[in-house]
Design a protein around this ligand. Structure first.
Ligand code: NAP
Length: 349
């Protein structure tokens, strides 16, 4: 059997770091040789991630210096933005390849980064070579790339729901609403992420302009004035359900819209349309993709044929982050794109 490629995970104590470690533990072509943490160097990986204790029985977190010294061609960065860009630059300088799951390399322009993230980009010179990390859109640019970004989890859900309509020029205007679980805020989130405060709320986090709208403008070419995008925190840990209320540019028939949705994602291993029947399954529910790299897409069409709800469901820690990152890394490294990602969803979860 071919030797596994040694990879490192930075920010490994966090939710995304943990999810990367989980996926890599079952990957036939990659091995996590370093789990880097500022806070926990020297403590067992299983202490932060008890569900991974068996997979990483003898492994402890290591410091950044130790991580840099390892002989590993690829680093996954699961760090907060800005800290991630600085580390990406450093590791690229050491000859490593980088898949950065933060927001630092998702946008092509430093001006857009400043506009949406409110701070100057730490290394704008790298933006030109970074590939947006959704393989379904950019797999051709990923082979041999040095730097691949992560994806916004809400952006991914909206891209998957809306792309079939965008391709046909069918969107007159859209109101995108993502209903999201608490893990989106990270393991070390703010006060609003704490269970007593967040549980049982229906908190509208950003009513009109969520940051991930920038990725829709860039990746779908959907003008910002044509849509609004909001996020509501709901009673989930993992998962996003995206419901985009769309006014269509012309009346369409339901049968044609099904064909469009199936054709738009045909041939994709991880994105698929829901069944038309039974009716309660056609608007995707994140429960059916939990723990997997899958995205379900579907829609409902009003009787007038001019108004639709385009919908998707995914697991934010997987297809919205670690799953897409490993899928991208597979392509970058010349491995089979689906390697290590064939796990079935957990149900019920
Ligand atoms: N959660 C999601 O659904 C999701 C989805 C898509 C993308 N992302 C992105 O993925 C990244 C990680 O998210 P997460 O949810 O895993 O967050 P998290 O749970 O808070 O983990 C981030 C980790 O980064 C380390 N860290 C924090 N500040 C740092 C700094 N200044 N310098 C170096 N390391 C630092 C921390 O580990 P130590 O203190 O132990 O070093 C922490 O465990 C973020 O950029 C986020 O935007 C998250």
């Amino acid at each position: 059997m071919a030797e596994k490629i040694p990879v490192t995970v930075w920010g490994a104590t966090g939710f995304i770091g943990g999810e990367l470690m989980r996926v890599i533990a079952g990957h036939p072509g990659m091995e996590a040789v370093g789990a880097i943490s500022r806070s926990s160097a020297g403590t067992a990986v299983g202490a932060a991630h008890p569900h991974l204790r068996h997979a990483y029985r003898d492994m402890t977190f290591i410091s950044a210096d130790q991580g840099e010294a390892l002989d590993s061609p690829l680093a996954f960065l699961a760090l907060p933005h800005r800290a991630s860009a600085a580390m990406a630059k450093r590791l690229l300088g050491l000859g490593r390849r980088v898949v950065d799951l933060s927001a630092d390399f998702r946008l092509r322009s430093a001006e857009e980064y400043l506009k949406w993230y409110g701070v100057e980009h730490p290394c704008p010179e790298l933006l030109g070579e970074a590939v947006y990390g959704l393989p379904e859109l950019h797999r051709g640019e990923m082979t041999g790339a040095r730097l691949i970004s992560g994806v916004g989890c809400n952006a991914t859900s909206a891209i998957c729901a809306l792309r079939p309509l965008v391709k046909e020029g069918l969107i007159e205007e859209a109101r995108i609403e993502c209903r999201v679980g608490s893990s989106e805020g990270g393991a070390h989130g703010d006060e609003g992420s704490s269970h007593p405060l967040r549980s049982r709320t229906l908190r509208v986090v950003s009513p009109f302009v969520h940051r991930h709208a920038a990725e829709l403008i860039q990746e779908l070419g959907l003008p910002g004035e044509k849509f609004t995008m909001g996020v509501t925190a709901v009673e989930l840990v993992r998962g996003i359900q995206c419901l985009a209320h769309v006014t269509l540019t012309r009346a369409v028939k339901e049968v044609d819209l099904w064909k469009l949705y199936r054709a738009a994602w045909s041939g994709e291993a991880f994105v698929s349309a829901t069944p038309a029947k039974p009716a309660h399954l056609r608007i995707p529910d994140p429960r059916f993709v939990m723990g997997s790299n899958r995205v379900l897409v579907g829609f409902a069409l009003a009787e007038d044929g001019r108004r639709a709800i385009a919908a998707s469901a995914l697991d934010n820690l997987m297809k919205g982050a670690a799953g897409s990152a490993v899928q991208s890394a597979n392509i970058m490294l010349g491995l089979d794109e689906t390697s290590g990602l064939d796990m079935m969803p957990v149900y019920p979860a």
